[in-house]
Write a protein that binds this ligand. Structure first.
Ligand code: ZN
Length: 205
């Protein structure tokens, strides 16, 4: 079983660029595992919205099951890290938010979770202080560092495991820094993370 947990508003500058207040506990939503798109693939532009936006995020993978995991033991439950894109139909999301409705049509559609290849943790790679970025057609759009998270990765693991029993293979998209922006068919989207590598996807009609 792979579940894809996603965290919203986890970097202060991004929360404010969308006019959201900084939350006092993590904002959680989910995507289906079928939304994952491996690197090197194409991503068809969705047909149910207009404003497709990139949100580059560090993604961590759960290695061992746990419920009510303490922050102090959280890193022991992770085995790998990569970088991914939380693709978002911003116009659809804005309409849903205005009506107080769930976000799935804006966040959890087919191909909404491009994801790089996982790299094992514990080889000098620390996902708690990791620079990452995304670019479109070679132009840098977003740059972040996981050290700037409002709720750091151990807090996210503790919080999620207080609600769900985390299972091996579960993924956590940990939130996006400022600079989210729009994509068009034909764009080459690239995501990279320090010590992890760089990965790309083509947006197609
Ligand atoms: Zn996101």
């Amino acid at each position: 079983m792979t579940r894809v947990f996603c965290i919203g508003r986890n970097y202060a500058e991004h929360a404010s660029e969308l006019g959201n207040v900084v939350p006092d506990s993590p904002v959680v939503f989910m995507k289906p595992a079928s939304a994952l798109v491996e690197a090197g693939s194409s991503v068809p532009f969705p047909t149910h919205g207009q404003d497709l936006q990139h949100e580059v995020e560090i993604v961590v993978r759960i290695a061992s099951a746990g419920r009510d995991i303490p922050q102090s033991g959280a890193m022991n439950h992770l085995d790998a890290v990569t970088v991914g894109i939380d693709l978002t139909l911003r116009d659809v999301q804005s309409g849903l938010k205005a009506r107080g409705l769930p976000w799935e049509p804006a966040k959890a559609f087919e191909n909404s979770a491009p994801i790089g290849d996982f790299v094992p943790l514990g080889t000098g790679l620390d996902c708690r202080a990791m620079e990452f970025a995304c670019s479109v057609d070679g132009e840098i759009r977003q740059q972040g560092d996981t050290a700037d998270m409002i709720f750091p990765i151990p807090v996210l693991v503790a919080h999620l495991s207080s609600i769900w029993t985390l299972q091996p293979g579960d993924l956590i998209f940990t939130g996006t820094p400022a600079g989210v922006g729009s994509l068009r068919p034909g764009d080459l989207l690239m995501a990279s993370a320090q010590g992890v590598g760089e990965f790309q996807w083509r947006i197609t009609d």
